[in-house]
Design a protein around this ligand. Sequence first.
Ligand code: GDP
Length: 460
Amino acid sequence: MLDSLGGKPDTIVALATPQGVGAIAVIRLSGPDAIPLANQVFHGRNLTKQNSHTIHFGTIRDGNRIIDEVLVSIFKSPKSFTKEDAVEISTHGSSYIVNSVIKLLIRKGARPAKPGEFTLRAFLNGQFDLAQAEAVADLIHSDSEASHQAALHQMRGGFSSEIKVLREQLIHFASMIELELDFTEEDVEFASRPDLRILVERLLRVIEQLIGSFDLGNVIKNGVPTVIAGKPNAGKSTLLNALLNEEKAIVSDIAGTTRDFIEDEINIGGVIFRFIDTAGLRETTDTIEAIGVSRTQEKMKTASLILYMFDLGDTDMVEINRDINKLENLGVPFLKVANKVDKAKTQFISELKDMFPDTIFISAGNRENLEGLKSRILELVNLDKFKTGNTVVTNIRHYDALVNTRQSLLDVLEGLDNEVTNDFLAMDIRRSLHFLGEITGEITTDDLLANIFSKFCIGK
Ligand code: GDP
C-alpha cells in the first residue's frame, strides 16, 4: 500500500498507552517490516512464522541484555487497525522499559510515528472514512455518556452512511447532466429537471436537519454553557461547590468576592454542564465589580441556560420580579432557584409559590433538593432529540462543509428556477458533491489531512 506521498510506507513505532507508570504499556508497530523488526529483538518463537491474531510470550533483548518479559500480539495485513502488518508489544508499564524498547526498535529500522499516524494509515488504506477517523479522536476524548454516544455513532459510520447516500443520489444526476453536455447538438434531456428539483429539496431538508443538530452537538461535545446569576451572597459558590463536591470556588461572607468567572464542568445525568459562576446581577458602584457585572451580561447572553439564584432571606418580591423581567428579555432559558430554604419564612415561600410556581427551593448549604434542581436542569436543556439516535453533528469541520453544501444546493435550485444551461447546473452540482465529499474524505488535500491528524496524539 502506498503512503500519501506515493512512496512505500516505512514501519512506524509508538507507545499506544499513556505515558507514565502503569501495570502494562503497549508499544505499537505498523508497516511492512513490523513483524520481522519485532522478531529481531524478541526471544521466543520465531514471530515471522506465526499466524495472525496470535499472542506470544518471550523477552525483548538488546544483544544479550534482557530489557523485559513481554507478550507480543501479531496482526497480519489486512486484518489490523491500519490494514498493514502490525505488532503490539505489551511490556511492564515503566517508562524506562518503554523508552528502551522503542529506541531499540528505532535502531533496528522503525521510525517514530507522528501524531495520529496509525489512524491516518487506517484511513488511507480504507479502514474507514474521514468522519469515522475523526470520531476515533472524539471517542477517546469523550467524557460523558452523551459525547460518548455521539462519537460512537459517528465512528460506527452512522453519520457517514447518511452523507454517502445523499452523495450517491446526487452523483447519479450529475452524471446524467454531464452526459447531456456530450450531446448538446441533439438537445436531449437525460436528467429530468422536476426530479432533480425534488431530490435537491429532499437533500436540503436532510442537510438543514444536520446543520440544526450542530448546536446540540456542540453542547454534547463541549458542555452546556450555564451561568449562575444572582446577587453576591445568594449562595452561588456554595451551590457550585455542592454540585462539584469540592472546594474550587471561594466561599466567603463578604458580598461580591466572586468577581471573576470560574468555570467548572459538572456531569449531570450523563451530560456535561459548563458552569460559569459570575459576579452577579447587581448594579454596583464598585468599578471592578461593575466590569464583572457587564461581563456577566455578555456571558448570560451566550449561555444555553441560566440559573437565577436568590437568597430567600435577603430578597423581596419587587426585586425578584425585576430580575425575572430582565432575564425574560434576554431570551435564554432560565430557572428560578430560591436558596436558603432552611432559614426562609414560610409565608414568603408560599407567596413565591403562588407567584412563580416553577421556582425551585433549595438549600445549597445543606445540600437540600439538589436532585430536584438537577432534574429540572436536564428537563430544560432537553436532550431528547439526541437520545432518539438521530445523527448529531459535533465537528466544526463537518458543520462548515454542510453549510457550504447547503449554499451550493440552493444555487442548483436557483439555476433550475432560472433555467440556466447544463454547464452551470453541472458546476453547482459538482460543487455540492465536493463539499459532501470533504466530510467523509472522498475529497481531501494533504493540508486537510495533516491538519486533522496532527490533533491526534502520538501512538493513535
Ligand atoms: P455567592 O456570593 O453567591 O457565591 O454566595 P456564597 O456561596 O459565597 O454564600 C454566601 C453565604 O451564604 C456563605 O456564608 C454561605 O455559607 C451561605 N449559604 C449558602 N447557601 C446557604 C444555605 O442554603 N443556607 C444558609 N443558611 N446559608 C447558606
